[in-house]
Design a protein around this ligand. Structure first.
Ligand code: MOS
Length: 752
């Protein structure tokens, strides 16, 4: 089944926030952003700007009726800065005008006097100065002293990974419309409608029921709209309330890039110990997360980094410590993988480092240490499948890794200035919000008297195809055509108290809730059918829109049954509620069973490097991926392909450069290189690992959003291998992204 949005997307008919027809009198808002990374505001003069053409007013902290606070996990982030600014792009006010361009013009007339303070951009410097966003955490298992004593080899090193700008096609935006009796309806491009609702209520000093948040779909998010869609929706709501007019705030791309947070850069120290059989006996890692100027989602992201520092490997002795460092950059935030990739990159670097020192191929160490059923993760959960090993073996079998390896070796022997590199990247990613209470969802289902069905859930469609999957779930439970099912917008009035659509869990959580609701209605319909057909309910089933008695079709069809049930005054609506069972985590011990299940896979990657120019191409990424029993392989393969390309971007192209004053230098798409069709692998082949899939995944179809992102890490290591083929003496360390500039230097640099 195709993604149901395909037609709308290719014809341009899909509706995003900025496409909602504007009501008469709609005003337009543009934020005023700090131009300094750390400074006291000694004076803010708005008089010239207020007098400019088309200006209705300018709102700042003093105009907030409730709390000037939007921090979700920690209350450390004002909506508007008051006397001190902490990063370039931090909102200090919002300009309301009759049109967007008038507001932008007036912004140039805002005069702010700053007294500049010291700027910190490096997380290690912040940590040394004691500038942490919240206390550090350590996940540990086993006995480190004994672990390292048992080793034949111990290696130490550094591994740094850079941030990543989301570049969702649709920038952040919101449209707030006043309703009668103090209420507001807010359209927002957010992954977290309830977060937006709750934060507007807090800032405006209103109860949550006054705020209705509605989301049709997002033009991409990737985590960037889990928390950071909120500020802009609050500003629009604040202005709508103040001026009693609809207010639209859509960020221009230049503002979006500067003002919103990105993937966290990390700097890490590692120490890895192995025995003669290449078994990893001990692994110690200290991670410095660059958190930016406020906590945002950093506590949860840092936690996921700690969960994923061993990737797909079993290591008996582990100690991982992470610091979230406060710097004068826009608060870093969720991005596909949510800290997991940053942790996984370090263990892969440690393995590569050990392999280089030992003169073995990295894959030999990887293979020796893959986690298997019965092994315990360092956070206490026991691995419940052979899927890490099965993916690895299936990869070798199906894609003939040994043949690919000899082809690369042969090529390198016969080519002097072009080199190929090969690597294998196994992945293991835990599914669930690591904060256990967030793992719940609701679905509201109406079966209308004509047999059509309306479905509302807490899931937000952001291009990932969750609505298509949910449509399939409802259609399967009722056994009706998908054309009978409609997915409604995500709306806080119909489905309340939602968790954000994040952590790859949207289809699982909302799908399970939907399944429950549909099953309730189905039972009532079956009971009605049993009465009509004068039989017992156990004999009744609905198959392909027809009622069956045991295996015999009857004359009673779906539409007629629904109509009869309606006339019998049967309840044809239901709310399903799902809370993931089994999971728990004890933060005092940093142990538990935080994940419903894990997603596994392995990728074989080859790249070709032009050693004169330092430019490269990814020849192929061949993948065995653990989809479980996929509900929709077209959508799931699409998720894998997009994730691979996005992972390649993070690891090899996208470089967030800042100057010492905290200015983002790569602040436009001409300076910040995102992957395009040329940087995409020439071949991406994905085959599903054959498994039954776990009961706790929606219809045994595993979560797919984030896990395949990490295959991109393998491209980095393949590229590194190609560099080393040309220049075995290269001092190239572990500092992602491995951009063409870095590659070119590494090709000709010598040790010492
Ligand atoms: Mo996603 S990075 O969990 O919003």
């Amino acid at each position: 089944m195709k993604n149901i949005d395909t037609g709308g997307h290719v014809t341009g008919r899909s509706v995003y926030v900025d496409d909602i027809p504007e009501l008469t009198g709609t005003l337009h808002a543009v934020p005023v952003l700090s131009e300094k990374a750390h400074a006291l505001i000694s004076k803010m003069d708005l008089t010239q700007a207020e007098k400019a053409k088309g200006i209705i007013g300018i709102l700042a902290a003093k105009d907030i009726p409730g709390e000037n606070q939007i921090g979700g996990i920690l209350p450390d982030e004002p909506l508007f800065a008051t006397d001190e600014v902490h990063y370039i792009g931090q909102p200090v006010a919002v300009i309301i005008a009759t049109d967007h361009f008038a507001a932008r013009d007036a912004r140039k007339l805002v005069k702010i006097d700053y007294e500049e303070l010291d700027v910190i951009t490096d997380p290690r410097v912040a940590q040394q100065k004691g500038q942490l966003l919240f206390p550090p955490r350590t996940f540990a298992n086993g006995d480190m002293d004994k672990g390292f004593t048992d080793c034949d080899y111990i290696f130490e090193g550094l591994a740094d990974s850079g941030g990543q700008e989301h570049i969702y096609i649709e920038t952040q935006g919101s449209y707030a419309v006043p309703q009668e009796n103090n209420n507001l309806k807010v359209f927002s491009s957010t992954q977290g409608p309830t977060v937006v609702q709750k934060t507007i209520a807090r800032v405006l000093g209103l109860p949550m029921h006054c705020i209705e948040v509605d989301v049709t779909r997002l033009g991409g998010a990737f985590g960037g709209k889990e928390d950071q869609a909120t500020a802009w929706a609050v500003m629009a709501a604040l202005a709508a309330k103040r001026f009693h007019k609809p207010v639209k705030l859509i960020l221009d791309r230049d503002d979006d890039i500067v003002a919103t947070g990105k993937r966290h850069p990390y700097s890490s120290d590692f120490r890895i110990g192995l025995d003669k059989d290449l078994k990893i006996k001990a692994f110690e890692v200290t991670l410095y997360q660059n958190g930016g100027a406020a906590a945002d989602l950093s506590p949860a992201i840092m936690e996921r980094t700690l969960f994923h520092v061993t990737n797909a490997y079993y290591i008996p002795n582990v100690k991982a410590t992470a610091y979230s460092c406060k710097t004068n950059l826009a608060p870093f935030t969720a991005f596909r993988g949510f800290g997991g990739p940053q942790g996984m990159y370090v263990i892969e670097a440690a393995i590569a480092h050990a392999a280089a020192r030992l003169g073995v191929d990295k894959s030999e160490i990887q293979q020796q240490n893959l986690i298997d059923k019965g092994d315990q993760f360092h956070y206490g959960q026991v691995c419940d499948s052979h899927n890490a090993r099965k993916s690895w073996e299936e990869l070798h079998h199906h894609f003939n890794v040994e043949k690919a390896r000899s082809a690369v070796n042969d090529f390198n022997k016969t080519h002097r200035f072009v080199k190929k590199g090969l690597s294998i990247m196994p992945i293991c990613f835990g599914i669930s919000f690591t904060k256990t209470p967030m793992n719940n969802a609701r679905a509201l289902v109406h079966v209308y008297q004509d047999g059509s069905v309306g479905v509302s859930t807490g899931a937000v469609e952001m291009g990932q195809g969750v609505n298509t999957k949910l449509m399939q779930v409802a259609a399967r439970v009722f056994s009706v055509n998908t054309s009978r099912i409609k997915l409604e917008t995500t709306n806080t009035t119909r489905v309340a108290n939602t968790s954000p659509t994040a952590a790859s869990s949207g289809a699982d959580l909302n799908g399970k809730a939907l399944q429950i609701a549909c099953n309730e209605i189905l039972q009532r319909l079956k009971k009605e059918a049993a009465e009509l057909l004068k039989t017992e309910i156990v004999h009744i089933s609905i198959r392909n829109e027809k009622v069956y008695i045991d295996d015999q079709p009857t004359e009673l069809a779906w539409e007629a049954l629904v109509e009869k049930a309606f006339l019998s005054r049967i309840k044809l609506s239901e709310v399903g509620h799902y809370a993931t069972p089994v999971i728990h985590f004890d933060k005092t011990k940093e142990k538990g069973h935080p994940f419903t299940y894990h997603v596994y896979g392995a990728a074989l990657i080859t790249v070709t490097l032009d050693c004169i120019k330092g430019i490269y191409e990814t020849d192929s990424v061949q993948i065995v991926h653990d989809f479980g029993n996929s509900l929709n392989l077209t959508i799931d393969k699409g998720q894998v392909e997009g994730a691979v390309v996005q992972g390649i971007g993070w690891m090899t192209l996208e470089e967030l450069t800042y100057d010492q004053n905290g200015h983002l230098l790569a602040d436009s798409l001409s300076k910040y290189k995102i992957p395009d069709v040329y940087s995409a692998p020439k071949v991406i082949e994905t085959i599903p690992l054959v498994t039954n899939g776990p009961e706790l995944a929606i219809m045994k179809s595993k979560a797919v959003g984030e896990p395949p992102f990490m295959y991109g890490i393998g491209v980095y290591f393949a590229l590194r291998n190609a560099v080393r083929e040309f220049n075995p003496e290269t001092p190239l360390g572990y500092n992602a992204p491995l951009t063409p500039e870095k590659v070119l230097l590494a090709l000709y640099d010598k040790k010492g």
